[in-house]
Unconditional design. Structure first.
Length: 145
């Protein structure tokens, strides 16, 4: 599992670098070259979608998602453990819907390509089921805590 964690971190850094370089190239071409390239939006959109869903999976692994810790601390100790099971259960239910609907959207986008680069839209939409599956994978160990 460590190799997956390191791989996700490296991939997220590469995606963030790609978005940053894309933005710098956009600014450079517009203000220095006084002309714009047409592929900026597609690169930024694809990288951003992958960054969002992979980042959500990393947030589940780190336990950085929204939680009602103050509410949980106010409960009697015998109720806390049951309430704490709701967090991973909610993440798994949401992630399952993300996988299901993302897979459907990915299949729908298989016949489409992006306007400028001709990249299959399904590659971009694949971020949803992949991110959802990773969130499920990272939420499962939360039941043991």
């Amino acid at each position: 599992m460590k190799w997956l964690d390191r791989g996700l971190e490296a991939l997220r850094m590469c995606l963030l670098a790609a978005i940053s370089l894309d933005l710098l190239a956009r600014i450079f071409s517009r203000y220095v070259m006084e002309r714009t390239f047409v592929w900026y939006d597609e690169v930024a959109r694809a990288a951003f979608m992958w960054l969002v869903f992979l980042g959500a999976a990393v947030a589940v692994r780190r336990g950085a998602h929204f939680g009602l810790h103050m509410f949980v601390e106010m409960l009697p100790p015998h109720l806390r453990s049951g309430v704490l099971l709701l967090t991973p259960l909610t993440v798994i239910v949401f992630s399952s819907a993300l996988v299901w609907l993302g897979w459907d959207l990915m299949r729908h986008g298989a016949t489409q390509t992006t306007a400028v680069m001709g990249m299959p839209v399904s590659w971009i939409y694949a971020s949803m089921p992949v991110g959802g599956a990773l969130m499920i994978l990272y939420a499962l160990p939360l039941f043991k805590k």
